[in-house]
Structures are given as structure tokens and as C-alpha cells.
Design a protein around this ligand. Structure first.
Ligand code: NAD
Length: 498
């Protein structure tokens, strides 16, 4: 069996003392293994990144940008291969993998503008013949820890911008589907990056804990589940590091009585079941305002769901694929069981999907559950599967209260024709990313991505303008060149412009 190794100082290294199987979720069989880095291997990567930092920091931003331009071209040239790797290990259908990759490439395009983004701020004559400016300097060695569900896109939320800012980087991808991530890092190396600027260590908690505690790591970006995000944030902070840790979600869509119901159903289908619901922005709860809207939604949704196709990544006519592991499949089925046991009605049941030729795959069919209440475990927790739950409420205020009371605040959406209601909703809702008739309001690369409440620990959102701030530190310089007429005597009071 092939073993996926690490990229350290420009070389592929395999530290195979501990390994873990990588599964093809469509067939349910292990086809490869991934090396799980030891402390010593992670320390090698940190040393390489540390050694590469001084030269990379001094490389002009325009030259750093040129590497990103070449990287973008290589990503586009190798798109089919990357999507194939994503499909094999994640199970995502090729059209969906292509979408993820494109969203990642858009972050590389943003990083290509780094000379403009790092220009800083300048003020002439803040005092007589005194000038002052702020510049944004790189931090040093920074780390990224990423989840399984976007093996190409989420790492590219982090390392292109961090590296363009002049930092060197250590990426710890998900151990469940690491091949596309490693390959992408190799493409960046091939684009002309000096050795040691990008390093990839595959592994688990052992590798992560080194990144969280080693004093040479200056900042950590994390994306994954909330319990781990909280652990990463508190541990990184306790070790003096800057940290942004993005966690889980439970994204609600409000369906107002005046919504264009056919459009809402079409949008919900993709947002609830696309990528098997394994997206942190997946819409997993539909909050219908009034029984008439709820009845219409459930009737139209049930009918539309009959046409959905679940299957392997290689058949692009499929709508979505399997979930990531057998264990996760059982967990998702367990949530459907618990909703039913708690009194909800399973309208469309995906617990036993038939996928011809893939009987051992980790599939769950699209599932619709009506009559869900906030007291149910299936409502309170993130399911991360192709399950849409319907909660019935009697007013928009009640719907908004439900969303505000939930522990997560990643994304949300309202379907309505009423501009006043939509404006009130977007103004007041306690959620970081809001859609108005847009089901997956994932910000584009030149905005920034982040939820509120327990969906994000930290201050700055991921990528875009917040990403530039996260991966740089502000230095403010005040300058005077004493010369005739500006020389001053001794001054003991606090200098002012009074
Ligand atoms: P996960 O939390 O299990 O793993 C994420 C990363 O943390 C992986 O690299 C993993 O190796 C590492 N990790 C796992 N357990 C650890 C531990 N005990 N100590 C240290 N490191 C550990 O998440 P996942 O299952 O890979 O991804 C799915 C989750 O990610 C979902 O909750 C989803 O909502 C979330 N997610 C959030 C966003 C967002 O932007 N908010 C985006 C994508 C995914």
C-alpha cells in the first residue's frame, strides 16, 4: 500500500512509525495509508520553516506574488488530477470538487495582489517635520490545521495569503483525505517557492500538539469541529500564539410565507444535500413560518428529493456522494433514529440507500425530517450529513429567536420577497454570514469568512482583508530628521500638537 508522507524543506519524507488507513468512502475499502508525524518530524518541519523565514521575509512582495501567479496556473493545469484525488478519498462528486478547487484558486488570486494589500498607511507631518507610517510585517513561522471536508479549499484559505505576506508555513491537513492537499503544496513548491517556505506534516493530535506548544510557531489557523477549535484556541493562546479557530455549525434557513417556494426548494436541495451535507455552511434546518409555508415546503421538497442521485464521485451525474467514514455514517443514522424516537416525523428516509455496485460504501440518502423541536438532540447538535430538518414556527420573530438561541452562528439565510423583512433579518440576526435568497453565503475571497458565537474562536475571520491582518503585525514608525529649524530642546512633558 502507498503511504502518503510529508513535505519538509522541499522533500517528501515518510516517517512511517505510525500510519493510518485512508479509505475510498464509495467502496468502503482502504487503498492507501498516511504517515502520522512524530514530534521529531514536526520539529524538523519547524526548523526548516524557521531557516527559510529571513530570506523569504526579505523577498520583495512583487516576487512573492509572481510565485502565486505561477501556482494558480499549475492548479488550473492539474485541476482534473486534484479533483480525482479529492473524489477518491473524500467521496465528493467531480463537479463539486471542481467548485471547491475554484474557490481555493480564488484565494490564490487574492494573494497575487499582495503588493497592494501590504502597502500600509502613511501620514506626513504628524508634527513639525515629523512623518509617521504603519507597515505590516510577517509574523514568522505560522501553522494551519484543516478538516477533511474541503481538502483543497480550506488549506488555500490559509497558506497562499500567509506565504504572500512573507511568513513561512506548516500545514497539518486532515489525516482522512491528505493526498490532494499534499499534491497542491507540491505544486506551490514547483511554482518557484524556496525550500522550507511551505511544509506539510500529516498526522493527528501528536503533530498538532507540537504546533500548539513550540515557541517558534507564531500563529495558528484552525478549521474543524467546535470542541477541537476551542481546544486549539485555548492551548495556542496559553502558549502565547495568535489564533483563529473556526468551528462547527447549524445553519438555519427561514422560509417566509411570501417566499418563492419553488426557488427556495431548489436552493435548499443543493445547500442541504450537496457534498452529503458535509459543509460547514450546509443548510441543515429549514424554519418555516406558518403551517401553510411548512406544508408547502415539505410537499415540494419530498417530491423534488425523489430525483436526487447518490453515488460514487466518478459519475458526474450523481448529486452527492458518501459520507467520510463508516463511523460517521453510523453517527448520522443515529441522529435520524434519535429525531424519530423524540417524536419527529421522518418524511423521506435515507437510512438504507441502495447504491448499485457500491454496497460497502459509506452512503446515507437524502433525509427530510418534519416536526423537529429545539429540545431534540438532532436539532441541538451538528449532524454533518444529508439531513434536512424542518422546524415549524408562527412568526419571523420566533424564527429569529430560535437562530439566536443556538450555540452556533456560522451561516443563515432567509427566503422572502419582502425587502423590509430581509433587511431587518440581516441587521439583527446573531450570525456571521447571512444570505438573502442565497442559501450558501460563503464570502468571496476578497471578503473574509467567519461565524459568530461558538462557530469561531478569535477576533479575525479567515482569508480576505482579515487574513492579511491575521498573518501580519502592524509596526508604526515615527520619524524626524533633526535639521536647522526643527532641532528642539529638552522636553519633559508628553509631546502633543497643541
Ligand atoms: P475535526 O475537528 O475532527 O478535525 C479537524 C483537524 O483537527 C484535523 O486536522 C484533525 O487531525 C485535527 N484534530 C482532530 N482531533 C484533534 C485533537 N484531539 N487534538 C488536536 N487536533 C485534532 O473536524 P473534521 O471532522 O475534519 O471536519 C468537520 C468539522 O469541521 C465540522 O464540525 C465542520 O462544521 C467543521 N468545519 C468548519 C468550517 C468553518 O469554516 N467554520 C469549515 C469546514 C469545516
Amino acid at each position: 500500500m502507498n503511504t502518503v508522507g510529508h513535505l519538509i524543506n522541499g522533500q517528501i519524507v515518510t516517517d512511517a512509525a505510525r500510519v493510518q488507513d485512508i479509505y475510498n468512502p464509495a467502496t468502503g475499502t482502504a487503498s492507501k495509508q498516511v504517515a502520522l508525524a512524530s514530534k521529531a518530524t514536526v520539529e524538523d518541519a519547524i526548523a526548516a520553516a524557521q531557516a527559510a523565514f529571513p530570506a523569504w521575509r526579505n523577498t520583495p512582495a512583487i516576487k512573492r506574488a509572481r510565485v502565486m501567479f505561477r501556482f494558480k496556473e499549475l492548479l488550473e493545469q492539474n485541476a482534473d488530477r486534484i479533483c480525482e484525488m479529492i473524489g477518491e478519498e473524500h467521496g465528493k462528486i467531480s463537479h463539486d470538487a471542481a467548485g471547491e478547487l475554484q474557490r481555493g484558486i480564488e484565494n490564490v488570486e487574492f494573494a497575487c495582489g499582495i503588493p497592494e494589500l501590504l502597502k500600509g498607511e502613511h501620514s506626513k507631518n504628524v508634527g513639525p517635520n515629523i512623518d509617521s507610517w504603519s507597515e505590516f510585517q510577517p509574523l514568522g513561522v505560522v501553522a494551519g490545521i484543516t478538516p477533511f471536508n474541503f481538502p483543497a479549499m480550506v488549506p488555500m484559505w490559509m497558506f497562499p495569503l500567509a506565504i504572500a505576506c512573507g511568513n513561512t508555513f506548516i500545514l497539518k491537513p486532515s489525516e482522512r483525505d491528505p493526498s490532494s492537499t499534499l499534491f497542491i503544496a507540491q505544486l506551490l513548491q514547483e511554482a518557484g517557492l524556496p525550500d522550507g517556505v511551505i511544509n506539510v506534516v500529516n498526522g493527528d493530535k501528536e503533530a498538532v500538539d507540537v504546533l500548539l506548544t513550540d515557541e517558534r510557531i507564531k500563529a495558528v489557523s484552525f478549521v474543524g469541529s467546535t470542541p477541537i477549535a476551542e481546544y486549539i484556541y485555548t492551548t495556542a493562546n496559553a502558549n502565547g500564539k495568535r489564533c483563529q479557530a473556526l468551528g462547527g455549525a447549524k445553519n438555519h434557513a427561514i422560509i417566509m410565507p411570501d417566499a418563492d417556494m419553488d426557488n427556495a426548494v431548489n436552493q435548499l436541495l443543493g445547500a442541504a444535500f450537496g457534498s452529503s451535507g458535509e459543509r460547514c455552511m450546509a443548510l441543515s434546518v429549514a424554519v418555516a413560518v406558518g403551517d401553510a409555508a411548512a406544508d408547502a415546503l415539505v410537499a415540494k421538497m419530498s417530491e423534488a428529493m425523489q430525483t436526487l442521485k447518490v453515488g460514487a464521485y466518478s459519475d458526474s451525474s450523481n448529486d452527492f456522494g458518501p459520507v467520510i467514514t463508516r463511523q460517521h455514517q453510523q453517527k448520522v443514522v443515529g441522529y435520524i433514529d434519535s429525531a424519530e424516537a423524540d417524536g419527529a416525523r421522518v418524511v423521506i428516509d435515507g437510512r438504507n440507500p441502495q447504491v448499485a455496485g457500491y454496497e460497502e460504501g459509506f452512503f446515507v440518502g437524502a433525509t427530510l425530517i418534519d416536526g423537529v423541536t429545539p429540545a431534540m438532540q438532532s436539532y441541538q447538535e451538528e449532524i454533518f450529513g444529508p439531513v434536512l430538518q424542518v422546524v415549524r414556527v408562527s412568526s419571523m420573530d420566533e424564527a429569529m429567536q430560535l437562530i439566536d438561541d443556538h450555540e452556533y452562528g456560522n451561516g443563515t439565510c432567509i427566503f422572502t420577497r419582502d425587502g423590509e423583512a430581509a433587511r431587518y433579518f440581516s441587521d439583527h440576526i446573531q450570525v456571521g454570514m447571512v444570505g438573502i435568497n442565497v442559501p450558501l453565503p460563503v464570502p468571496v475571497a476578497y471578503h473574509s469568512f467567519g461565524g459568530w458565537k461558538r462557530s469561531l474562536f478569535g477576533d479575525l475571520h479567515a482569508y480576505g482583508p482579515d487574513g492579511v491582518r491575521f498573518y501580519s503585525k502592524r509596526k508604526t514608525i515615527t520619524q524626524r530628521w533633526p535639521s536647522a529649524g526643527v532641532r528642539e530642546g529638552v522636553e519633559f512633558s508628553m509631546p502633543t500638537m497643541k
